[in-house]
Design a binder for this molecule. Sequence first.
Ligand code: HEC
Ligand code: HEC
Length: 378
Amino acid sequence: MKTLTKTSLFVAGAFLGFAHIASVATAAENKLLPLGDPPIPADNPQSEAKIELGKKLFFDPRLGGDASTACSTCHEPDQGWGFSDALSRGYPGTVHWRNSQTVINSAYLGKLFWAGSKGSLESQAPSAAKGAVAGNGENDVMETRLAFIPEYREAFNKIFGTEWPLIGDAWKAIASFERTLIHNDTPVDRYLKGDKSALNKEQVRGMKLFNGKANCVTCHSGELATDQRFYNLGVPPAERWEDDGLAQITFRYELYAKGVTQDMYRHTKDDPGLYFRTKQTSDKGKFRTAPLRYTKYTAPYMHNGAFWDLREVVEFYNEGGGENEFAKNKSDLIKPLGLSEEEIDDLVAFLEGFSGEELQIEAPTLPAYAPLPDVAAQ
Ligand code: HEC
Ligand code: HEC
């Protein structure tokens, strides 16, 4: 039962705050499943008007500090709805410190961001629009801007019943739009639903490796090809942190803002990931297992964009992962795999089966500001 599986997955997701208590079993464990429809929260039902508004807001840089940086600036439809550089671009004058994730299929995730720090799209959006190296916006300013765009004022009024747009409703609308960015009709989905011609021979061999010798399914399982747990694979630190002062500034700032020890603030040279949330030494360097759909379009890969194509990723796993500053926490599940060149090709071909047609939409035309005499008089 699809709904049952999904519910159990999400109920489990709600409790699995931290990797060390991640022992709740789900029906999805150790098996890939086709992806159904995304869950829709009861307090933010979908409607066409809300989705249309959310789409505009997603592309609108006025939901940010200096009206230069929209969600779409770092989640570009033609860059896999992410940003095609190892580290994302940042708010003007900054570089972000992590790779920009695709927003495709984010509707299904119970833990958002590389280290799973947000639980819903509604709470993720404001952190993006307000974060110092992302949108750097200020609630009151953003809200006032919305009020002085007549088309938005009308749309918020119709959808949410408010006289003036409320910023919280903007995040709801964006979340509704994101829930339409779905990629669940891939060759892998079709194959898992019974269409045996959906994958070619090479891909079928790759799938066997994925589920067997290469052991990928231990972590990349279920409907999303992720157990939404956290592991340190030994991904090496971002190259830019070695020699790019601007990138280092963001990294130090994040360490400081997230409250690490003096010693870490001064000396840590790598992203401690889940540790930021739990402050458990054993969580340093752990990141959420990444979902695998749409990855054909989302290079580079991993939290810091360490790898530029899927073959590089598979070669990394074949060598038994890598080494980073938090080697003590490296997962025991990551071991040399002994795959031949041909087997690597097969596995890469299978991974490509997680991506169907590229999802492209035309950027919407954004409505203009207008002075509102009736509002000014109130
Ligand atoms: C300056 C660049 C930038 C801007 C602007 C930005 N993002 Fe992001 N986004 C990122 C980066 C980088 C990450 C990963 C950050 C992390 O894990 O710490 C991310 C992660 C996400 C995720 C999590 C996906 C997942 O797999 O967990 C979602 C959803 C998302 N952004 C939506 C948005 C929305 C909505 C907006 C606008 C309100 C927005 N972003 C604005 C760069 C940006
Ligand atoms: C121990 C759990 C585990 C195993 C086993 C595992 N992965 Fe991963 N995978 C992860 C985690 C965690 C990440 C994110 C790591 C990061 O960003 O530092 C990831 C990331 C990825 C990514 C990058 C996706 C993106 O959007 O950047 C790909 C591709 C991938 N894995 C494929 C595989 C393949 C193929 C195998 C088998 C050879 C495999 N994984 C085995 C946990 C695992």
